[in-house]
Design a protein. Structure first.
Lengths: 379, 136
């Protein structure tokens, strides 16, 4: 197995681009990643392109627009983990020796659905009966608060922190800070979630260039090594399951740490899948940044703020940077690479050497989530 | 004289997963695997425990415990708002995603199945199984 490094990243600011088609959302991110890497675009040997709701052949459309098609292009759909799953395919392609330079794309246009909650597949039993993603996470939140005696005010601290970070990120969709009172007073979506506890709907694109370590040393002045690349699916459980501890991420985290020989104490900065306020607290616990039930205490201590022991979602996360679902995983990688290179500007986590990304999703009956992909990077 | 046409009845949203007897008593019908005996709701053509394909209809317990719920204000137009939904754990090990009725719900409540109207669209009311708190 060959070592793999990130040699270029790029993205467009997440936001609402109703008049731009998905192809034209995607190519500027690819061009930015190529420019960032400094390589000749013809060195790219294969493309892994993730989108959840973008339709067919999105990778070909984007590469065709840039005049770079004619190489293997694989389109990946894995709901909110689409581009993090594409990333895992790209890492595998390079580590196996099949290709020495590959491109990973994540792109999504959600404004085409005209607002409201993310459309889900009505073939699914629970979706047909009325389940929505906010309602699913809301049930997790209700149960979590019930089991651990955590108040909604404490849970609302997550969007407060992440909006503060997003205000420092020029690529974030939501750039205004909010207070706990504003979070709690915003419009009710699915109790206990008010609007500001839910990620916004929007559009975006991000791209990553990966190379074997040997090629990275030759082509790049500042490669960031991939220490772990993990992808799994949820386990189907038709009966009881504990909604306060996400089976897929707990198992994914354990396997990722085993693969890398690292542990939660080694992570300097992480981007985790905070689609809704409660999610971030649950993921602190799933990754072992704190014990079960102590997520709110960890947040309140300031440990997960920029400047704290383990800053989480310095980009603003899904809650502030935005969550154009298929673009999210790739954009998390962009953020962590910038953090490890020391290029994160006002939201820089000082001295960060090891960073992690985590994207999970897919609301289907009987699963905690459909897919989960975790990556660890080291400079 | 021609007989009056039978009234057109719209199937429940949940199809044959809900049976209502002549007295109006609702019962959920799930599946029971003939090979490994695991019981699931809803009934599906193959068993996720043993891949057996002989899954017989099985009446589910009528009462269960409310595991988690949400009162939902933003959802597709067809649903009655606020839409109360949740997971109910049945004593046979099945967990049921369901609409709920009543505004005094709490986690841990004992709830029982009934038939209810959960929404409305251009074809008229949408009916399905619902759970509501057992009053003792």
């Amino acid at each position: 197995m060959k070592g793999v490094s990130v040699i270029g990243v790029g993205m467009i600011p997440f936001g609402k681009y109703p008049d731009t088609n998905i192809t034209d959302l995607g190519w500027p991110a690819v061009k930015a990643a190529i420019k960032d890497s400094g390589i000749d675009a013809r060195r790219i040997r294969a493309v892994y392109s993730g989108t959840a709701r973008g339709g067919a052949m999105v990778g070909q459309r984007i590469m065709g627009r840039l005049g770079l098609a004619g190489l293997p292009i694989v389109n990946v759909e894995n709901a909110c983990s689409s581009s993090s799953s594409a990333m895992a395919q790209g890492v595998m392609a390079v580590s196996s020796g099949a290709h020495d330079v590959v491109l990973v794309i994540g792109v999504e246009k959600l404004t085409k659905f005209g607002g409201g909650t993310l459309p889900l597949d009505e073939d699914d039993w629970e979706v047909r009966l009325g389940l929505t993603m906010p309602a699913l996470y809301a049930m997790r939140a209700q149960r979590y608060m019930h089991d651990y005696g955590v108040s909604l005010k404490e849970v609302a601290g997550v969007p407060v922190k992440n909006r503060k970070n997003g205000a420092l990120n020029p690529d974030a969709q939501m750039r205004k800070e909010v207070s706990v009172d504003e979070v709690l007073a915003s419009r009710m979506i699915a109790a206990p979630f008010t609007l500001l506890q839910c990620c916004p709907t929007g559009d975006g694109a991000a791209a990553i260039i990966l190379a074997s370590n040997a090629v990275a040393r030759e082509l790049s002045t500042d490669p960031i090594e991939v220490r772990a690349s993990h992808l799994t699916s949820g386990r189907f459980m038709s009966g009881f399951r504990d909604m306060t501890s996400p089976e897929i991420t707990v198992r994914g985290a354990r396997e990722t740490f085993e693969e890398s020989g690292l542990g939660p104490e080694d992570i300097d900065v992480a981007e985790v899948h905070d689609a809704f306020s409660i999610a971030e607290l649950i993921y602190y616990e799933a990754f072992g940044f704190c014990p079960r039930g102590e997520g709110a205490a960890l947040l309140n201590s300031g440990a997960t703020s920029i400047g704290g022991r383990i800053p989480i979602n310095p980009s603003g996360g899904l809650l502030a940077k935005g969550h154009p679902v298929g673009a999210t995983g790739a954009a998390q990688v962009v953020e962590i690479v910038r953090q490890l290179r020391g290029q994160a500007g006002a939201r820089q986590v000082e001295g960060a050497k090891v960073g992690m990304t985590h994207a999970t999703g897919g609301g289907i009956s009987g699963f905690d989530h459909g897919a989960c992909s975790i990556h660890i990077f080291q400079r | 004289m021609a007989e009056a046409a039978a009234p057109l009845t719209r199937p429940h949203l949940c199809g044959d997963a809900l049976e209502v007897d002549a007295s109006g008593r609702a019962m959920l019908i799930g599946g029971r695997c003939a090979d490994c005996r695991s019981e699931t709701f809803p009934r599906v053509p193959v068993c996720a425990s043993c891949m057996g394909e002989t899954i017989r209809p099985q009446a589910m317990p009528r009462e269960g415990t409310l595991y988690a719920f949400s009162v939902v204000h933003v959802a597709a137009k067809k649903w009655k708002k606020p839409m109360r939904i949740g997971y109910v754990d049945l004593p046979n090990g099945a967990r049921v995603f369901t609409h709920l009725e009543g505004d005094d719900l709490a986690i841990g409540d004992t709830v029982e199945v009934d038939v209810g109207t959960v929404g409305e669209d251009e074809e008229g009311p949408i009916t399905s199984f619902v759970f509501r708190k057992v009053k003792r």
